[in-house]
Ligand binder design. Structure first.
Ligand SMILES: [Zn+2]
Length: 286
C-alpha cells in the first residue's frame, strides 16, 4: 500500500473513526462509497453477496457465498400486453375464473400522456428478472415481449403452476381518479378452489412485498384501496387459479400526475424492481 498523503493523515487524525478502515485494506471505505450496495446487501440478509442496483454482484474478496435464491423458482407476470388493444376479439373472449367469467385479458391503463401500463409492467418485470437471476433464482415470465397478445389470465396462472413456482408475482399499475395515489398489494381469498392451500403463503408473500416496496420506493400506501396497502380479492383469475403462492402488486396510480412522472423515470422503475426483488427474497428465505 502506498503511503497516505499528509493531508489524508491530517484528516484521519481529526476523524479517527471515519478513517478506521483505511489502514486495513480499504474494505470499509469501498463499501461506504456505495451505499446502494450496502443497502441491497443488508436487505438481502446475505452480507457476503453485495449487489448494486442492477443486482450485479460486486467483486468478491473471499470465495463467493452461495447465491441467496439458488434453487428457488419465481414466475413474474407482467400485466396486460402491448398488442392487446389491437386485438379486442382475442382478449374479450370470456374465460372461467371459478368465481365468475371474465375477459381473457384486458388492455390495462396508461398515464395521461400515453405511457401504457403494459409497457411499464414489461420494463419493471425485465429489470426484476435480471436482479433475481443474479441472486441465483430460476425466473420465468408469462409473456416474451410487449408486442404480443395475452396470454389469457387463466394461462398466466397456469404458467406459475406448471413451473411449481416458489412464488409468483403479477406486476400492474392502477388507473384510478387523479387525486388517488399510492401502491397496494392484492392477495387471494379462499374460494373453495385450487388457491385455498396457498392463501396463507400468498398473504405472507404480500406482506413481505408490501414492506419492501414501501421501504425501497418511498411511495405511500394506497389512499383509496385496502388496509395499509393490503387488499384481498376473489375475482381475479390470476389468483383464483394459482396453486402456488401468488400476489398482484399495483405499483401506484398511473392517472396521478406525480406517480405517472415517477413511472416514466427509468431509475425509479429500477427502484421498484429492486424493492420487489427484496420483498420476494425476504419471503423466499425466511
Ligand atoms: Zn393491470
Amino acid at each position: 500500500m502506498r503511503a497516505l498523503p499528509a493531508s489524508v493523515l491530517a484528516v484521519c487524525g481529526l476523524i479517527v473513526s471515519a478513517c478506521g478502515g483505511a489502514g486495513s485494506g480499504g474494505t470499509a471505505a469501498g463499501q461506504a462509497a456505495n451505499p446502494a450496495a450496502t443497502q441491497a446487501g443488508s436487505q438481502a440478509r446475505t452480507p457476503a453477496v453485495v449487489t448494486d442496483e442492477s443486482g450485479t454482484p460486486a467483486p468478491a474478496e473471499r470465495a463467493p457465498a452461495p447465491k441467496p435464491l439458488e434453487g428457488k423458482t419465481v414466475v413474474i407476470d407482467p400485466g396486460h400486453n402491448g398488442g392487446n388493444a389491437r386485438n379486442p376479439k382475442a382478449i374479450n373472449r370470456k374465460v372461467n375464473v371459478l368465481t365468475q367469467w371474465k375477459a381473457c385479458d384486458t388492455t390495462g391503463t396508461a398515464t395521461n400522456d400515453g405511457y401504457s401500463e403494459a409497457a411499464f409492467t414489461w420494463d419493471v418485470s425485465k429489470r426484476l428478472v435480471k436482479i433475481l437471476k443474479n441472486r441465483g433464482a430460476t425466473v420465468k415470465l408469462t409473456r416474451s415481449s410487449n408486442t404480443g397478445v395475452g396470454p389469457c389470465i387463466t394461462e398466466r396462472a397456469a404458467i406459475g403452476n406448471r413451473s411449481k413456482a416458489d412464488a409468483a408475482i403479477s406486476v400492474h399499475a392502477d388507473g384510478s381518479a387523479p387525486a388517488n395515489h399510492g401502491f397496494h398489494v392484492i392477495m387471494p381469498k379462499k374460494i373453495n378452489g385450487p388457491v385455498d392451500p396457498v392463501v396463507k403463503q400468498s398473504s405472507d408473500l404480500g406482506v413481505a412485498v408490501r414492506d419492501a416496496f414501501r421501504k425501497g420506493t418511498g411511495l405511500p400506501y394506497s389512499t383509496y384501496i385496502g388496509n395499509k396497502a393490503l387488499d384481498y380479492r376473489n375475482d381475479l383469475g390470476g389468483l383464483n387459479l394459482s396453486t402456488v403462492p401468488k400476489i398482484f402488486v399495483e405499483c401506484g396510480n398511473m392517472r396521478n400526475a406525480a406517480e405517472a412522472a415517477k413511472f416514466r423515470d427509468a431509475q425509479f422503475r429500477q427502484r421498484i424492481a429492486l424493492a420487489l426483488a427484496n420483498g420476494l427474497q425476504h419471503y423466499l428465505t425466511t
